[in-house]
Design a protein. Structure first.
Length: 338
């Protein structure tokens, strides 16, 4: 906007310079107030622009003119109206909706660390800890009261003792039975060779018999029986003596010693006759030497240490020999002589 001046007005302006300066100062103050109002409006608009996309800023060009006092009020009113219109437009414009906040991500469940296992020693210590307090009244042991539990414990102890005794007894009986069988086996083998001689085998048979003997009986057999058997068969080479075990009766077996009775059948043959002596009995004493049972004493039935010197000896031999022997006699045979 431009203001037109005439010559008369110019003269008047020059005449009154002070009034023009005052008007200009008022205009400057008005502009400053306007700028302050605009600044506050721009701040409010800036707050709104933060919530919406930034719009293209409009540039305003203000032309400061020197106007008369009469026109100053009109100019101020026009500026105020213009500012109010701009504010009304900004208020009418719908405010953009606030963006919905993004949902917060659910926190990931952290895996619980495994509980540390107590050491084995600690567990054993807990197991060995005694109960915290005494047993409650009426509490049972294995479902039974205290008296019943005591009775059961006593019965179990008795049964265990009985079982142990039976086991030991059975073991002892089994051991004794084994020993008795060993004694019976030795005596039976001895009965099959003790009187089993002929002119061709008497030396070998004598050596076999000696393996079953021990102690004084062995020494006496070597000293007396072996020479008598040799002389008998040298004098009568046709003579034949045989023996066979019938039964064995084992007596007592006590560690290293045993007794037995041997029943055997004897047969004596020569050129002219045959003599049978069935069920001949010999009483034997045995001892365990170097883990083997040996015969240490031998007596015919009815003979012992007290009467052996008054009767025939109990050493194995053959009839007609130089040594004494419980040999069968020819006259006992029922067969006639030649």
């Amino acid at each position: 906007m431009t203001a037109k001046t005439t010559k008369d007005e110019a003269v008047q302006d020059e005449a009154v310079p002070v009034e023009a300066d005052a008007a200009e100062a008022d205009a400057v103050e008005a502009d400053a107030a306007t700028e302050a109002a605009e600044a506050s409006a721009e701040e409010a608009a800036a707050v709104v622009r933060k919530a919406r996309p930034a719009a293209k800023r409009k540039r305003r060009v203000r032309v400061i003119e020197v106007i008369d006092d009469e026109d100053l009020d009109d100019v101020l009113e026009a500026l105020d109206a213009e500012d109010e219109a701009e504010e009304a437009e900004e208020e009418v414009a719908p405010r953009p909706a606030k963006p919905k906040p993004k949902p917060k991500p659910k926190p990931v469940a952290k895996a619980k660390p495994p509980k540390p296992r107590p050491p084995v020693e600690a567990v054993e210590a807990e197991d060995e800890e005694p109960p915290a307090g005494p047993r409650a009244a009426g509490q049972t042991v294995f479902g039974m009261g205290a008296p019943q539990a005591v009775v059961v414990v006593v019965l179990v102890a008795l049964l265990a003792s009985l079982a142990l005794w039976q086991w030991r007894s059975a073991s002892s009986q089994s051991s004794k039975q084994d020993e008795r069988e060993a004694v019976s086996k030795v005596v039976s083998a001895y009965g099959d060779i003790v009187y089993n001689y002929n002119a061709g085998n008497y030396q070998a048979q004598s050596a076999k018999v000696q393996k079953f003997l021990a102690g004084d009986l062995l020494e006496e057999y070597k000293k007396n029986v072996v020479p008598s058997v040799a002389s008998a068969f040298q004098a009568n080479p046709q003579m034949l003596l045989t023996t066979k075990t019938d039964q064995v009766f084992v007596g007592g077996v006590d560690g290293r010693f045993a007794t037995a009775v041997l029943m055997l059948d004897l047969t004596l043959k020569n050129k002219s006759s045959t003599v049978d002596e069935p069920a001949t009995l010999l009483r034997l004493s045995l001892g365990k030497i170097d883990g083997q049972w040996k015969i240490t004493q031998q007596y015919p039935s009815g003979v012992n240490d007290q009467n052996r010197n008054r009767q025939q000896g109990g050493l194995p031999s053959v009839p007609g020999g130089a040594g004494t022997s419980p040999s069968p006699k020819a006259e006992k045979s029922g067969k006639p002589k030649d």
